[in-house]
Design a protein around this ligand. Structure first.
Ligand code: ANZ
Ligand code: ZN
Length: 802
């Protein structure tokens, strides 16, 4: 019987002692940098979702090592963040201690799974030696004008008492705790990720990311091309500027809408005839999130601005101005020209308030009925009711009107982005201090680089404050300092960085984790970058993945890193759900603890199971029966010992199958098709069991192929079989293409299209031989006159007879 307890412990110890997976500093070898997202060391420990991506790239890393690559497969801890801080508050333990304990637990669990991480390169974002460089990058951003402070309404989580980035607010509630998010005006550090919007889109052309990651980054950045147009306010100096992606529809603008927060409203306070109504509406709108406001399905609301009207600059028509919350102050100019005939939201609004519609684009057969819905098709029809634009296509009209706007100085071409600058301040304790001081005379002054790391001071209380200040603000000794610029009294910044900071560059640190002079040496970065393969969760596509690409592109512009993109390839795994097909959670009582599986069935079984559970990119439901099935498979591999012959070669009848299996497993591992690779190995051992025999050569090849998936058991078998050295150092098996195709095939022999016999022939046998063999097989069944003999090589024989 195979005993996983002793075998797994034994090999884990040997690998540790031998430093088996220590990455070489040999920069002459071809390199392979495999990366998985480092975990947040939560109090819950590892869950069964973690081993799926970690095992997947462990397989690829192990295979590449066997193919002669110098492999970097590192691991570390993304350890700053709210849950630890919240736990610290509740239990009155320092977050540092909690982090240390959680990391130790996580590490032990990962170790028990036999991953080939190079533990000598372990990093932790909360180590001063690490966050020194996070702060250093922040200073570079600040000096480049990409970090700035801004008074702004932020998303404030009422329970975590912390400002959140837009990305962290999901359907109006805090992504972490589910509590309502309200708006609060605060002065916040911001990073100008918007300066990199175009580069972040462009760069996607040069990398090998799965399609859904690319599309969702592109949509998130939300680049759109259009025009800004100035509408005069009747009888006033001021103009109302709008942003539109459809300037071609200018003749169809029948009213305007400004956001309830639009500054022009306050300016004309005294002239607006229904001020009270406007105020009531504003208060109502302030309570909604952007998400609620722009939801298409939402019933449209609004109030007309009494006493003010606008003039459409293209035809001098006077049109009303409304306020409505479906127009956001944070996008474009906060005002729109409404074209109800051709825009869905404007259409709903116009229907509700009985506003006129003018159709300016027709369908392919002339004007269409706009009574039932807006006509949004832009590809088929021509412009109508549009003065000098009439008769043009939408595309032609767009260009023509943009020229007209520019020439007449009533507008200009304009590109807009959905992407907002990154809110980088957190009013919390457990994060990197921002290395800036504020001096009344000199403003915001960066610390000198020699002062880094700026250590997180010890505090009495981590409690966030109700007024929105960080707990650091209460530490007056730490806060009061001198200005690096003028030497006068100054105050330290008390906000800390968001958790996304440390993870925005961690892949750089792994290349040279102990460097005290630089975030990593030039040589290490030159050699290891870009990361060859990065696998991580879909949920990080518009957060971590975008942020880290931004920092990397900035560091590239600063000539600190040698490549414009950090990751050459990005793939993503599906979730592992409970047995009931629902997300695993304590409240559903369907959580599987990986420690239990390792204990009961072994790490090799858990690894095999998580790879066999289904297509890697799709979510899959846990099944204990499935785990047992994988354990049985491994036992069948183990028991082949009893039927082994001493022949070091492959047996004649299985030669093709052996070459086919090597080919399939090699390719499937590289294409994340672990389940089919394992299935191929299962099918191979079925052949051995059918014959009740396996040669030593076949057995060795099988365990070599299986080694990346089930490293402990296969290593044990290797030593039992007397294999040379260690299996993890053995060369990956080769296959010969020619030997992967069956040399003999079964083909059907037909008379007048009806199959009468089958024969076995050599693929390259000459036609005459095949026909002779076919006729012999038909024997008496063939009668009458043969009219025609057809042979489709390697496929079929058909004899036409009368
Ligand atoms: C007139 C028009 C006619 C529009 C038409 C669309 C269709 P994207 O692609 O997302 O950039 N818009 C502009 N600013 C807005 C704001 N602050 N809040 C809400 N909506 C806003 O969309 C740009 C379009 O969204 C703009 O083009 C504008 O409506 C609206 F047949 O202008 B359009
Ligand atoms: Zn100063």
């Amino acid at each position: 019987m195979y005993n996983h307890h002793t075998v797994e412990k034994k090999w884990q110890k040997i690998w540790d002692d031998e430093k088996a997976f220590k990455t070489e500093n040999d920069y002459t070898k071809p390199k392979f940098y495999a990366l998985v997202e480092f975990p947040y060391p939560s109090g819950q420990g590892l869950h069964v979702g973690h081993p799926r991506p970690y095992t997947a790239l462990d397989i690829v890393a192990r295979k590449r090592r066997m193919q002669g690559y110098n492999v970097l497969y590192p691991m570390g801890w993304d350890a700053f963040g709210l849950p630890t801080e919240n736990y610290a508050i509740k239990n009155k333990i320092h977050p540092k201690i909690i982090t240390k304990n959680n990391v130790a637990h996580f590490k032990e669990q990962l170790h028990s799974l036999g991953y080939s991480f190079d533990w000598d390169r372990e990093i932790n974002t909360t180590d001063p030696g690490y966050y020194k460089w996070t702060q250093w990058i922040f200073l570079k951003l600040f000096k480049a004008g990409l970090a700035y402070k801004k008074e702004m309404p932020i998303n404030w989580c009422t329970s975590c008492k912390v400002g959140l980035a837009n990305e962290e607010v999901v359907n109006g509630v805090c992504e972490r705790c589910g509590s309502p998010v309200v708006r609060k005006v605060k002065s916040e550090w911001m990073l100008k990720i918007t300066n990199y919007a175009d580069k972040l889109i462009e760069g996607l052309k040069d990398v090998d990311y799965i399609e859904r990651v690319k599309t969702s980054q592109i949509n998130w950045i939300g680049r759109s091309e259009g025009a800004e147009v100035d509408f005069a306010i009747a009888g006033k100096e001021d103009k109302l500027r709008v942003y539109t992606t459809r300037p071609d529809t200018l003749f169809g603008a029948t009213y305007m809408v400004v956001s309830p927060e639009h500054p022009l409203i306050d300016k004309y306070k005294d002239e607006i005839t229904n001020w009270d109504e406007i105020m009531t509406y504003r208060e109502m709108a302030a309570k909604k999130s952007d998400f609620e406001r722009t939801e298409l399905a939402k019933d449209k609301t609004g109030v007309v601005l009494g006493g003010l009207t606008a003039i459409n600059p293209i035809n001098n028509t006077e049109i009303p101005i409304w306020i409505s919350d479906y127009v956001l102050m944070t996008y474009g100019t906060g005002a729109i020209m409404a074209v109800p005939a051709h825009d869905d939201r404007d259409w709903e609004f116009a229907k509700k308030f009985n506003l006129p519609m003018i159709q300016v684009v027709e369908g392919k057969d002339g004007p269409v009925d706009i009574n039932e819905a807006a006509f949004t098709d832009v590809a088929t029809g021509k412009m109508i009711n549009s003065g000098f634009l009439t008769g043009l296509s939408v595309e032609e009209a767009k260009e023509k009107v943009k020229d007209f706007l520019t020439e007449n100085k009533i507008g200009n071409r304009k590109v807009n982005y959905k992407l907002r600058d990154w809110v980088f301040s957190r009013q919390r304790y457990w994060g990197e201090p921002i290395p800036i001081v504020h001096c009344d005379k000199c403003g915001y002054v960066p610390l000198d680089e020699s002062e880094l790391p700026l250590l997180l001071p010890e505090v009495e209380s981590y409690m966030p404050t109700d007024n929105g200040e960080s707990p650091l603000a209460a530490m007056t000794d730490w806060v009061n300092t001198t200005c690096p610029c003028c030497g006068g009294p100054a105050k330290r910044e008390t906000d800390t960085m968001p958790q996304w900071a440390g993870s925005s560059w961690y892949f750089l640190r792994y290349t040279d984790p102990k460097n005290t002079e630089a975030l990593a040496s030039k040589e290490a970065l030159e050699y290891w970058l870009p990361v060859d393969w990065y696998n991580g969760g879909m949920e990080h596509t518009t957060l971590h993945l975008l942020y880290s690409r931004f920092w990397h592109k900035f560091l590239y512009d600063q000539k600190i890193v040698p490549t414009p993109e950090p990751y050459q390839k990005r793939t993503s795994h599906g979730m592992i759900l409970g047995e009931n097909g629902e997300k695993m959670s304590k409240s559903r009582g369907n959580v599987v603890n990986p420690d239990d599986i390792v204990n009961d069935y072994g790490a090799d079984t858990l690894r095999t199971y998580e790879m066999f559970i289904g297509a890697f990119d799709l979510s899959a439901s846990w099944s204990e029966d499935g785990v047992k099935g994988c354990r049985r498979f491994l036992e069948r591999v183990w028991k082949l010992q009893s039927m082994m012959t001493e022949d070091e070669g492959y047996s004649k009848d299985l030669e093709t199958k052996m070459h086919q299996t090597i080919k399939k497993v090699s390719n499937d591992f590289e294409n994340l098709k672990f389940n089919t690779a394992i299935a191929a190995m299962m099918s191979l051992i079925n052949e051995f069991y059918k014959k009740n025999s396996v040669t030593k050569g076949e057995y060795k090849t099988l365990i070599t192929l299986l080694n990346p998936v089930a490293p402990h058991m296969t290593e044990e078998l290797w030593s039992i079989l007397g294999g040379e050295g260690r299996l993890y150092q053995t060369a990956w098996p080769e296959y010969e293409e020619a030997k992967t195709v069956e040399s003999t095939v079964e083909i059907a022999v037909q008379i007048n299209g009806k199959t009468k016999a089958t024969i076995s022939i050599g693929k390259d046998d000459p036609k005459d031989d095949v026909l002779a063999k076919a006729k012999e097989a038909l024997g008496d069944k063939l009668s009458g006159n043969i009219i025609k003999e057809i042979y489709v090589p390697g496929r079929i024989v058909n004899i036409v007879a009368k």
